[in-house]
Design a protein around this ligand. Sequence first.
Ligand SMILES: [Zn+2]
Length: 462
Amino acid sequence: MSLKFYNTLTKDKEDFIPINKDEVRMYSCGPTVYNYPHIGNYRAYIFADVLKRVLSYGGYNVKHIMNITDIDDKTIRDSQKEGKSLKEFTEFYSEEFFKDLKSLNILNPTKFTKATDYINEMVGIIKILLKKEIAYKSKDGSIYFDIKKFKNYGKLSNLVLEEQKENAGNRIKTDEYDKENAQDFALWKAWDPSDGNTYWDANFGKGLPRESEAIIRGRPGWHIECSAMSMANLGERIDIHTGGVDNIFPHHENEIAQSEGATGKQFVNYWMHNEWVLVDQKKMAKSFNNFYTLRDLLEKGIDPIAYRFWLLMANYRTRVNFVWEALEGAETALKRLYRLYIELGNDVGSINEEYKKRFKEFVEDDLDTPRALSLLWDLMKDGGVSSADKKATILDFDKVLGLNFENIKEDIIPEEVEKIVEEREEARKNKDFKKSDELRDKIISLGYEIKDTTDGVKIFKV
Ligand SMILES: [Zn+2]
């Protein structure tokens, strides 16, 4: 079976065919580094990670770019609030983001790209758009994209522009508005005092009405950042672009308009989007103040991998409702898997090809991780596969799942041992010391040692 993905552009599940044989060029919209992302945000990065792992598992060489938005309204506003330079402020949150990715076992992209490193490339695209008269300079000096000049505007989000319908052919007079159309979006925002010392003096050359005004002090709009970083690192056409569904409009629609407006070529072949994480049936969002960060999980003693595991129990295109009980349930299940894995012993045999074939079929069917996980449970329980072969097969599955089986600490205590420890506690409570000593010997014979501490009984592997 071949790889199949749901493509937001065609609204259909399609066979995946890359532009270049054996190579996949993929771009993921990354974070705006002005705060700690919440766990809802991380669904997008876990999804992109699984997608990339599935592609690598299928033999593709994946070139993956993820941007870091270190210049926009929010980074400027909040760095000023904290009295920090934009660089110092955004670098702090970038580092925190990288740490979070690591704790979720998300593999780094081929390259992280910082928006402020690509100002020249952004200006380059804007110059082309000005030259083609798809972009225009407004009275306040900002440069806008003229969506009426791009006939495919709305093709990703299926947007029917009211303006397009009503005013087909009629241009609103420029001198009455900064923007000619309310839906036009900024490519370059002219400096205003609230930007402080965050600006670039960009030269837009001959594209502007008067050459004397070619230099515009300002900063890029958010959308142009991704077009520029994608094109600079992956070329004018790429295979896959990922993001959350809330990026479809306007962000990705605008990326298409800018990129295709400039190059005249199809920008992205497969647009892939993950659904929301809800809290009480409402989207988890900073603006609703109903969000949790990975720090909240850690404070509750929950391994971030349990969150990854919980998300993989659902397809990336379905909405999930976050409740702590569900996450705790996922952690219990994951620990059980870890324990079963440890109990398989130290020998690593060979991959069971029958299981691998089925696993590959599932994950290559638009990343069907729920079925892949249930297959993992089936394999664990299958008496017909040797422990060593199970171990090899699980490690192979984990190249895609990323549940970190490889690095499980040996101090995960088998269920059997925990049960005996509980029995021993009971015996001690009943002052049955003979039984308690016998049970202690049994624990030692299984390779564990127990110590009675002020915090209760501790179990160690010998
Ligand atoms: Zn983006």
